[in-house]
Design a protein around this ligand. Structure first.
Ligand code: ADP
Ligand code: ZN
Ligand code: ZN
Length: 734
């Protein structure tokens, strides 16, 4: 039995511990840590991932693995190391972490979606001779001859309106050839290729600093702090080229919402290579295709949202996280609650690669890391084009109300500025962080607010659907005629406004104005986001009204005015990151103004016009913002001066959830851990979502040991109470 070999297998279906299996001799040379296998469990076959290899097993009757799945898709040692780090850092069992690395297309062994193209295999005349009088076959041959290049099979069939049978016959006769290749790209369009731009001085300095890191083939982290429009993307593309020149691959992460055709077009226009595009709108077959291309090194560029950081790119040299401050990089709803940016830094570490974090408004954590020298700081302080930075003014809305004699969406200044844009044929962006028509309905008599019966949230009235809707679940209802609480019939009124209302008000003000609205209501359909964006860019509207969706990375050459309607509302959220979020949002929206040849103007409307955060944002002064904010974080001991751990409990029975939270809190407190400060149990900011009650508490700590001491005290999720550990939570309130 000296040749015996055993493996530990993490089954896909969650079980606490890996199980031991024997390896049949025929598979012994192939088993590796990170390989996918099929194994017997009771009377069925299950799938899993090998997490350990050993010569002996302490169990007497272990069964054998049945087969190796997708041997080419075995996790590389570097990715396995990354998974182990995530498991430690986020206090999450390997079973769940490994799930990130083996997405559904891999688990379900989904075949790569193939893209079939056909072309003539012999000269046209010869083809005609061979075919004779078969009219359908002749049609196919002539169409292919006219195209002069390979044609997508589906397109050919659709165009000619024929079945596949003439094609099959022609392939059999070797008159035409059919080639199947994995589909990598979102579309098969060709783009006009662009050449690398001649870099400005600051871009040049930034790139050469990155290149010298790349040459060392060792880990290095760069933070590119570049104002909006400073040409970060151009630097990214030239850095990617440098990595490709070293025959290493590059991963570009972008926020989900920014993953529109715009980013992809820019990359495709620059790189002739295949690009693996990964995001949630792609089918499993398309993802498998991207996976295959990467595993075979046929694609060396990956573009995707958060989870693309787990893509099996080979020999990674460069990882870029664009808009690194963006909250969509954090996974909060599910364990592991990882931050894509931090995983990116760690992946670069294990791959001995260079990581670039880029933003006009870096997160406090990243900028602090640059200050400490952990990251190399590269600053781009001016715009790459001739466009100057926009002129920004803050308007006091109290004064605006006085002048208007009551409520108004728009100050006089904003109205005049919009009028001027309309006359000049330029465009305006209006930003309002709330969708719908009226924010809530309440009773003037008894102050009862109409809330979702399943969530702790007021219902929003939507004009287009004429319904009160919940923004946390799918609940909706017609507005009632009488107050559900006091039955009064005359007293229901609406309060607060959303994007729909702003749109109506604009039409009342400027009857001929053409508007578009971009929020979650208008972008439900696939591609609607892109369509709205294209419509506005081709000037089909004068004004684009939107929620934070419009703040991210878009480029509208003719938009010269940005109006921020409720700049301060988010400042009231009791969370240590509120100020940072508002600063980021305003700076990013303001950055949309005047990016081409036309100068931009930004008008920020606020009821607290003297708030320092607004002043920093208006001055586009990140450094002063940083200095002020970091002082506060230090004073009150918040990240980056401590590490936060949030433990969340939820379930259908409010008492049981609270009890479990209190008990866990008590057992953690009783450890009296040094360097850990356990805060009290509180209902979450949304105390109920979809009929589940939510409680949470926070732990502030300076030591990574604390997490490992407390994690075992958090009960596993049960059918009654779900538990979740969120390390480095984005919000301490919600
Ligand atoms: P950012 O990502 O920093 O907001 P972009 O990369 O979108 O900025 O660049 C803004 C604009 O400047 C784009 O239209 C881009 O083509 C242009 N640009 C970038 N670098 C240069 C350069 N070196 N010379 C001329 N134009 C440039
Ligand atoms: Zn609800
Ligand atoms: Zn009432």
């Amino acid at each position: 039995m000296s040749n015996a070999l055993f493996v530990e297998v993490l089954l896909d279906q969650s079980l606490a511990k890996p199980l031991d299996y024997a390896v049949p001799e025929s598979l012994q040379s192939q088993v590796k840590i990170g390989a996918r296998v099929e194994v017997p469990l009771k009377k069925t076959l299950k799938q899993g991932t090998i997490s350990g290899i050993k010569k002996t097993s302490k169990f007497p009757n272990v069964r054998s693995i049945s087969r190796l799945l997708l041997p080419h898709a075995t996790l590389s040692p570097a990715l396995w190391q990354l998974a182990e780090w995530m498991s430690q850092y986020y206090a999450c069992p390997m079973q769940k972490v490994v799930k990130c690395f083996t997405p559904p297309n891999i688990r379900k062994e989904i075949q790569a979606k193939l893209h079939q193209t056909v072309s003539l295999a012999v000269p046209l005349e010869e083809a005609c001779l061979q075919v004779g009088k078969n009219s359908q076959q002749l049609e196919v041959i002539h169409a292919l001859a006219a195209a002069g290049a390979p044609v997508a099979l589906s397109e050919l069939l659709a165009r000619l309106g024929v079945s596949k049978s003439p094609v099959n016959t022609l392939v059999k006769k070797k008159i035409i050839s059919l080639i199947a290749a994995p589909m990598a790209d979102l579309s098969e369009e060709d783009f006009f290729s662009t050449q690398p731009k001649v870099l400005k001085e600051e871009q040049k300095a930034c790139l050469s600093s990155i290149l010298s890191s790349l040459e060392k083939k060792a880990f290095a982290a760069h933070l590119i702090h570049g104002v909006t429009g400073s040409g970060k993307t151009e630097v990214y593309m030239q850095a990617i080229q440098a990595a490709l020149d070293q025959d290493r691959s590059a991963i570009l992460l972008v926020p989900e919402i920014a993953l529109t055709s715009q980013t992809i077009e820019r990359l495709k226009a620059r790189f002739q290579q295949k690009i693996a595009i990964l995001h949630h709108r792609r089918s499993l077959g398309e993802r498998s295709a991207a996976w295959d291309l990467l595993l075979r090194s046929e694609a060396q560029i990956v573009v995707g949202a958060r989870s693309a950081i787990f893509a099996p790119a080979q020999n990674v040299g460069l990882i870029i996280v664009d808009e690194e401050h963006d909250s969509s990089y954090k996974q909060s709803d599910e364990s592991p609650c990882y931050h894509g940016r931090d995983v990116a830094v760690m992946r670069a570490h294990v791959e001995k690669a260079v990581v670039l974090l880029g933003s006009a408004t870096p997160s406090l954590e990243s900028y602090a890391n640059a200050q400490k020298g952990k990251y190399i700081l590269n600053s781009l302080t001016s715009r790459a084009t001739s466009a100057p930075m926009p002129k920004v003014q803050i308007i006091d809305m109290k004064t605006a109300y006085d002048k208007a004699g009551g409520f108004t969406h728009f100050s006089e200044e904003l109205i005049e500025a919009m009028r001027a844009r309309l006359e000049a044929g330029e465009q305006t962006l209006l930003f309002l962080n709330r969708r719908g028509y009226r924010r809530q309905q309440l009773c003037a008599q008894c102050r009862h607010v109409l809330k979702c019966p399943h969530c702790d949230l007021a219902l929003t009235f939507h004009l287009s659907s004429q319904l009160l809707s919940c923004h946390l679940c799918l609940f909706h209802m017609s507005p009632p005629r009488s107050c559900p609480s006091c039955q009064s019939t005359e007293s229901l009124e609406f309060k607060g406004f959303g994007t729909e209302h702003v749109e109506r008000a604009l039409h009342a003000l400027f009857p001929t104005i053409r508007t578009l609205r971009m929020d979650r209501d208008t972008t439900k359909q696939k591609n609607s986001h892109e369509e709205l964006f294209m419509q506005f860019r081709s000037h089909k509207a004068d004004v684009l009204i939107g929620t934070q969706m419009i703040a991210k990375g878009f480029h509208f050459p003719a938009a010269t005015l940005v109006g921020v309607l409720n700049a301060d509302s988010a400042l009231h959220i009791p969370d240590f990151r509120s100020g940072e979020k508002v600063f980021q949002l305003i700076t990013q929206v303001a950055g949309r103004a005047g990016r081409a040849d036309l100068p931009g103007e930004v008008i920020i409307q606020s009821f607290i016009p003297d708030h320092p955060i607004l002043a920093f944002a208006a001055a586009q002064d990140y450094l002063s913002f940083y200095e002020a904010e970091i002082e506060e974080r230090k004073l009150f001991s918040y990240p980056p001066f401590c590490r936060l751990i949030k433990i969340i409990f939820s379930g259908p029975d409010i008492d049981l959830v609270q009890q479990t939270a209190e008990q866990t809190h008590a057992s953690i407190s009783s450890l009296s851990l040094k360097g850990a400060h356990v805060l009290p149990v509180l209902p979450s900011g949304h105390a109920k979502i979809k009929d589940l009650f939510r409680f949470q508490f926070l732990i502030k700590t300076h030591s990574s040991q604390v997490l490992h001491a407390i994690a075992p005290l958090v009960p596993a999720s049960s059918a009654h109470v779900f538990t979740k550990i969120d390390v480095d939570p984005l919000s301490t309130f919600f």
